[in-house]
Write a protein that binds this ligand. Structure first.
Ligand SMILES: *Cc1c(COP(=O)(O)O)cnc(C)c1O
Length: 495
């Protein structure tokens, strides 16, 4: 067919807007939005025809892409309009659906940075939803009926759990460290070991945060060894603090020496400078009890002599994105009255989540079962294998074009915590017979509830440690509906 003929078949925007199908969309989505969708769809169509005319696409592909096969065969433009209407409907649905959506994590990485780090759990979420959907007493004292302290209860629980004199929460741990340095060290110097000048990922690098805070960085020691004497010789009149940073996402092994907070304590006494420790993931319970290597524990760091510690809310703590600062009251009070605090403070949604999660820590046994991060971290192999077996049976019953098998594997902690630890786990390995593992994993990411997986030896792995088993049947249903194992490629995939 000639190019001009294709163009001629494209209906005018105004005409299309008057048809019944499109009118229905207008009542559902509003006029502006639908007109926009119609215009974009039609201009896409024109672009495709132009491409076709330049020989960039062959006719079959074009027909498939613009879905006018039926119209072309029957010569009826009415069919063409119906197809176009459907495509506009699909476009509107996509325009209206949020980009941020639930996904199922089959990767086995518990604190997956790209998948929102710590999952919060349905139960916590429903409690929080109830609190924040209307009004709440964020800064209101219900006893006295007047203005109250924001996050007063959060501070109480944090002090109770960690033994700190005072505590405050801000947006994330990067903000926490920035607030600490700005408040305590601006215009002065901070001493840091060369072995602890970490980059956590993205824009978080200790030297850069230091610069931003207006504090001068004094590097001491070497990459692998820093002694107490290195710190002491660096102390001058302008020294405002000593900072220790947990090397969250890497380990230095071999010929190493690190100076602990306890060893540094005499310097505080002698020179009156505060000891700050950025703990990174901030475990509130002792993970060694569960066979995991010890991450620095918050209570411990304070007991051993840190004046101020900071840590993330959404790493091993298992809560929402937040940065928690805990320690001596005089320092925390200073931070609270820093104007920067106002810019970094948490909102009501975070506050509600943080409080809900922290309350679980009143009983460590309860925390282990009820906080999803801790549950996944400490779940035993037998339970994981049982979940994997259950998922395998569901998949087998559906008789897909694929080999399904149990696949022993290793999960990671992720989120820049316990970088060298691998947890023995069990996955369901799916080896599709008509498509490649890559195609399958891409199709899984396009499901209504996307599923993120990893591939090993041509097997798409769904690690039962992080996969939410309550979605198992839904998962299989989605696979059936999307005909996910079919060798037929849809137009989207060919693009
Ligand atoms: C993760 C981490 C940070 C940054 O915490 P966010 O909550 O991601 O801002 C800072 N310091 C250390 C040592 C960390 O491990």
């Amino acid at each position: 067919m000639e190019k001009q003929e294709w163009y001629r078949r494209i209906p005018k925007v105004d005409v299309l807007l008057e048809t019944d199908g499109i009118r229905q969309y207008i009542s559902a989505y509003g006029y502006e939005c639908v007109r926009e969708a119609v215009r974009t769809e039609l201009s896409d169509l024109r672009a495709q025809i132009a491409q076709f005319a330049e020989g960039a696409a062959d006719e079959d592909v074009l027909l498939n892409k613009i879905c006018v096969q039926d119209a072309a065969e029957s010569g009826q433009s009415a069919d063409f309009r119906i197809l176009l209407t459907d495509r506009i409907g699909a476009r509107l649905l996509k325009m209206q659906s949020p980009g941020l959506k639930k996904v199922l994590n089959g990767t086995g990485t518990i604190l997956h940075t790209n998948l929102g780090r710590a999952p919060l759990g349905k139960e916590a979420a429903s409690r929080v939803l109830e609190t924040v959907s209307g009004y709440c007493n964020l800064e209101y004292d219900l006893e006295d009926g007047c203005r109250g302290e924001r996050c007063g209860q959060i501070e109480n629980i944090l002090c109770e759990i960690t033994g700190a004199e005072a505590a405050v929460a801000v947006n994330n741990n990067a903000a926490a460290l920035l607030l600490i340095l700005c408040t305590l060290a601006q215009g002065g110097e901070v001493i840091v070991s060369r072995g602890e000048l970490v980059e956590i990922g993205g824009q978080f690098r200790i030297p850069d945060v230091m610069k931003q805070s207006g504090a001068g960085l004094v590097e001491v020691g070497t990459t692998n060894r820093t002694r107490l004497s290195d710190y002491e010789t660096a102390v001058t009149e302008t020294t405002k603090a000593i900072l220790k940073v947990h090397t969250s996402n890497y380990r230095i092994i071999g010929f190493t020496e690190e100076t602990s907070i306890e060893q540094l304590a005499p310097l505080r006494e002698k020179y009156g400078i505060p000891l700050i420790e950025d703990l990174g993931s901030g475990a509130l319970l002792d993970l060694t009890k569960y066979g995991l290597p010890g991450e620095p524990n918050v209570q411990d760091a304070l007991r051993r002599g840190a004046d101020i510690v900071c840590f993330s809310g959404d790493k091993l703590l298992g809560g929402p994105q937040a940065g928690i600062i805990a320690g001596k009251k005089e320092y925390i009070e200073k931070m609270r009255s820093n104007p920067l605090f106002r810019a970094l403070r948490i909102d009501k949604i975070t506050a509600a989540f943080l409080e809900t999660i922290l309350l679980e820590y009143r009983s460590m046994e309860r925390a282990l079962v009820r906080i999803p991060t801790l549950r996944m971290l400490t779940q035993n192999e037998k339970e994981i294998a049982e979940d994997a077996a259950e998922l395998k049976i569901l998949l087998e019953q559906a008789a897909f074009d694929a080999e399904i098998a149990l696949y022993p594997c290793r999960s990671k902690v992720g989120g820049g915590a316990l970088p060298v630890t691998e947890l023995p786990s069990m996955a369901v390995g799916i080896r599709p017979s008509k498509i490649s593992a890559e195609t399958l994993s891409r199709r899984l990411r396009r499901l209504p509830i996307p599923v993120v997986t990893r591939i090993e030896d041509e097997n798409v792995l769904v690690d039962a440690r992080t996969f939410e088993m309550e979605y198992a049947s839904e998962f299989v249903r989605m696979l059936k509906e999307a005909e996910i194992f079919s060798g037929k490629m849809c137009a989207e995939e060919e693009r």
